[in-house]
Design a protein around this ligand. Sequence first.
Ligand code: ADP
Ligand code: GLC
Length: 481
Amino acid sequence: MRVLFAASEAAPLIKTGGLADVSGALPAALHRMGVDVRVLLPGYPQVLKALSSLQQIARFTGLPGYPDANLLRGAFPNGVPVLLVECPELYQRGGGIYQDEHGVDWTDNAQRFGLLSKIAAVLGSADSPLEWKPDVVHCNDWQTGLAPAYLHFANDAAPCVMTVHNLAFQGIFPPQTTVELGLPAQCFQMEGVEFYGSLSFLKAGLYYANHITTVSPSYAKEIQMDALGSGLQGLLASRRGILTGILNGIDTDEWNPAADPHLAYSYNAADLRGKSPNKRELQRRMGLHIDPEVPLIGLVCRFTHQKGMDVVLEAVPQLLALPAQMALLGSGDATMQRAVLELSHHYSGRMGAFVGFDEALSHLIEAGADMFLMPSRFEPCGLNQMYSQRYGTPPIVHATGGLIDTVMDCNDASLACGDACGFVFDRMDATGLLDAARRAVATYHDKKTWRQVQLNGMAKDFGWSQSAAAYHRIYSSLLRR
Ligand code: ADP
Ligand code: GLC
């Protein structure tokens, strides 16, 4: 089985969020199962720099709407082959991978990710310059959404899977982009790539894919309904026969408290004593009062409305009054960033914050915090709530999407059957959040019960094997067709 896995980011080469974690770990899990998988990524400067011994294996010229590009071959540190689209005109620049240094979307994003999609489709069709032909093309999020459309109009095309990691990001561009990027004019219609008068990369992917997946069973249901369907609920409901929710796994090597180079001390479920030195180190790093007893609430996320950061900001004074400390890491919305920093100055010693992206600190927060806060308004899957359970740091989460599927609320019944592993709230506001946090803090002070909740989470299998097998079954079903 040969699979081309196309994505706009993949850990450890380039990461802005969970898509990168998945695009690093799922191909690795497939590779371990014997699948001949290759990951296709844009040749961003960071990626070109991180990979040595790259070899050019093809050149693309005259693709309608696109500058010339090279295809380079290399490998992830774990050996999984990677193919890079090298096109300096589109990818060689400073700033972020989606936005410039001021947080404004690159104006040529349609071309930048259209090219990624186009090359995925060429490689999956009879026009491929490579001898290696994928049996399936696996696309991820809007940045690769045009690939299924290109494949639909290509010769002898491989079937394709479209995975939705977040329906809220759709890749919307002016209507004329459709033809400019070499798609036939007739596909710009409701039965095609058109979405409220614009071109939608994501809708293109959802409309033309042979199978659609998303990253948790609950989110697969939610996106067929008005509240979280982002306008695509009708299309998704009509395609529900080929829509599957597959829960993400986590990279259990990368996220392992027993062998994590970012921690002050390692620990495991059999011996949790190493957790408190990590708490001390986190308190030191974040400028918090060193206090082993006070519950420390961690948070790592994009500072956005999706992640419920507005609600967190509102609840800070009452959370600290529980009493508790807070350690926050993230970046995103400029107003939220400012508010976080202001609060951390105001409550210095009790609330610590770091604005920016810091992989090492994110690991230390998972280990050093006592509980992890994740009040997302919606969450397709979410990874941190799984990392935190593995680190013995029970999560406090809003009941939505993948958070429902991975966190069992702590109550008498779930404690009795050994499932309790976090604190879940339904009401998405400061009152709901505080109510769950209060329950978490009360449980924290009941040492025996708290230890049980920690161990229940640490015992769970969050590895990729089952989910990779589920993707494999979908690939196989497409080949049989
Ligand atoms: P999303 O992809 O919606 O942002 P996920 O929970 O799936 O949410 O994944 C987020 C990933 O990005 C996690 O690995 C998390 O630790 C990481 N992350 C988010 N913000 C930061 C940050 N500021 N510094 C380091 N890692 C971060
Ligand atoms: C998205 C979602 C997140 C998910 C991640 C990986 O960024 O917001 O919930 O875990 O993709 O699938």
